[in-house]
Design a binder for this molecule. Sequence first.
Ligand SMILES: Cc1cc2nc3c(=O)[nH]c(=O)nc-3n(C[C@H](O)[C@H](O)[C@H](O)COP(=O)(O)OP(=O)(O)OC[C@H]3O[C@@H](n4cnc5c(N)ncnc54)[C@H](O)[C@@H]3O)c2cc1C
Length: 412
Amino acid sequence: MPGVHRGSQGHRPGPEPLTRRGCLLTYAMSDAEVIVIGGGIAGASAAWRLAPVARVVVLEREDRCGHHSTGRSAASFTENYGTSIIRRLAIGSRDFLTGPPEGFAEHPLLGPRGMITIAREDQADLIAFELDRARRFVPSVTEIPVDEAVTRVPVLRRDYVARAIIEPDSKDIDVNGLHEGFLRGVRRAGGRIVTGAEVLSIARHGADWEVETPMGRFRAPRLVNAAGAWGDVIARLAGVRPQGLMPMRRTAFNIACPQGMDCRTWPLLNDVGGEFYFKVTGGQIMVSPGDATPSSPMDAWPEEMDIAIGADRLERATTLQVRRVLKAWAGLRTFAPDGSPVVGEAPDAAGFFWLVGQGGYGIKTSPALSRIVAAQVLDRPFPGELAALGLSSGDFAPGRAARAANMPLEMT
Ligand SMILES: Cc1cc2nc3c(=O)[nH]c(=O)nc-3n(C[C@H](O)[C@H](O)[C@H](O)COP(=O)(O)OP(=O)(O)OC[C@H]3O[C@@H](n4cnc5c(N)ncnc54)[C@H](O)[C@@H]3O)c2cc1C
């Protein structure tokens, strides 16, 4: 059946078509123990954790997983970005990304990069604050002379930069390798990934959730909502109280590396005020204006104005010139009101588990967040290694978002 990928050790047949009514196919009910809605990095990683111990089905609306935010990221691993909860999650994910299980990926998931954060004179206080905050989590972050920053990224304008700090152990992530590793592992463990399966309705039948899609009906006592920007849409379908998720559009575009310069080894260059960043990827320079424009959940696209703002900021800070945009895209970074992910069972709906609000950090934190949600779904204790980093289930509790609506947002 198109769109249904069965695990090589699959233990259940996929849903069989029964009748054709109009253009709508009706399929027999398919039972599972856990339904995961969304095949991006969040859903794939959660399913990977669960599939070895439970019958899991992943329902993805698009014809391929990773079409939305997961396929549009900057592919950066840093422990020095986001709220303190995000930083702890990144630290708690590093070991997995550095040494994934045998057979998970064909190539290393992390590659060398480094990250330099720069400040203008008027941002000097901000970078002092950032350096202090960074060193609490990542002692290897240090201030470097501006001349060194310019040596490492020779296109920087010397008179633009007043101070610079470096996170030497920041990395590039092979997002495709990570995502595919999760999906492949789900199939190997007998889990199913059903694409073209937009969730249209969710109903409660006794202890089970029944989910209707164009690919059939699915039933399970536990449901993981990993629908990214659509997380609250899914909650409403299930009659569950939404979290107040805020999808924010972020734009990126690629330009050519300057002729005669080997830019492959440049670190990611980030402005401390979140005004822009750029990094070299696939032989081109990816630039983002660091925009965060509120959006409805949608297939996001780049606005000309955001590209122009990014180009202007880049040209002020560097000698790079944006003569031709080789490729441009936008994606949604979806935040809960307090800027930290929402992971755990809904207080108002038994068996409905949230895995949303990863903001601009969902790739690098997926190893840790998937462990947390899997522990919850399987009714196991909060993972000890993450507790040792100062995290607890309360940090992610779905009930907290409404309470925290007035907390400061740290979404840069
Ligand atoms: C420009 C940009 C740069 C970023 N850079 C980084 C970075 O450097 N490092 C980092 O860690 N993170 C980064 N992020 C953030 C990261 O990409 C996201 O946090 C992450 O991809 C979120 O994953 P997800 O699986 O929750 O969402 P998604 O990938 O959007 O997946 C959700 C899935 O749910 C599906 N879905 C929705 N509704 C339904 C339905 N009704 N039925 C079935 N399926 C449904 C969607 O089709 C989608 O595939 C960046 C994001 C952007 C936009």
